[in-house]
Design a protein around this ligand. Structure first.
Ligand SMILES: [Zn+2]
Length: 248
């Protein structure tokens, strides 16, 4: 790290749990953020500001006026621009020290597999089951930790599937894919603006802890937030011995 980086990250380096070594780990790390919407926006902002060296941001959608109530990485001037490109502009303005790659098209399974393989941590900030199941399979295959978040209305949930641990459950253990799921998207439903910030920043915190290997992650625990009554609940998760993705 150069002098500017030492200053920029000094409030991390002052933390004994992070220190120079932890910050160095972050600068050498690569985070894949799938979705630059409500969850991806705060996740990416903190991950870039906090000094994760390389970010890959995927989103094929363009910024719409209805996004701006909660997707705080985008500005009024970004309306009509691809979300990954708009996110990159904001991230580079905050921290030109980090490399931001953008994926602006819908990825094929093979392309997404390569993206997952190249990353050290994957953040699922998507809004649909197809992407969630696909990321879960690929993270299991490549043994990459997956930080999963979801938010709708006033309710959110967040957990970590850390496939480096053989006892870790996966997304499919929790939500078996029987083809009956219907997407509940913010694009079609209401969502409380700060809720996505609370879930997204929790994802950023978990991702950065995983990259530095500090503290205790949410692996095996699902945190559920009821923001209307401001209550967090934690559910213990276990592996489904019959899971089609991770069992056997
Ligand atoms: Zn599973």
């Amino acid at each position: 790290m150069n002098d500017n980086q030492l200053l920029r990250y000094s409030r991390h380096i002052l933390l004994p749990q992070i220190a120079y070594e932890g910050q160095e780990l972050l600068t050498q790390s690569h985070a894949l953020i799938v979705g630059a919407g409500g969850l991806g926006a705060p996740s990416a902002l903190y991950i870039a500001a906090g000094g994760v060296g390389t970010l890959t941001v995927c989103d094929f959608d363009v910024v719409d006026l209805t996004n701006l109530q909660r997707q705080i990485i985008h500005t009024t001037q970004s309306v009509g621009i691809n979300k990954a490109v708009s996110a990159k502009q904001t991230l580079q303005a905050i921290n030109p020290e980090v490399v931001v790659n953008t994926v602006q098209e819908k990825s094929t399974e093979a392309a997404m597999s390569k993206l997952v393989k190249d990353a050290d941590v994957v953040l699922d900030c998507s809004d649909n089951f197809a992407t969630r199941y696909s990321l879960n399979r690929l993270c299991f295959e490549h043994q990459k930790p997956l930080v999963s978040g979801a938010a709708i209305g006033f309710e959110g949930q967040v957990t970590v599937y850390d496939f480096r641990h053989p006892q870790s459950p996966c997304y499919h253990c929790l939500f078996p894919d029987d083809g009956s799921e219907t997407d509940m998207r913010c694009s079609e439903n209401g969502v409380f603006s700060p809720l996505v910030g609370m879930i997204g920043t929790t994802q950023a915190a978990e991702a950065m802890k995983l990259l530095m290997n500090i503290g205790t992650s949410l692996q095996g625990r699902l945190m559920l937030l009821d923001a209307l009554n401001m209550e967090w609940r934690t559910i213990k998760l276990s592996k489904d011995p019959a899971c089609k993705v991770c069992a056997g």
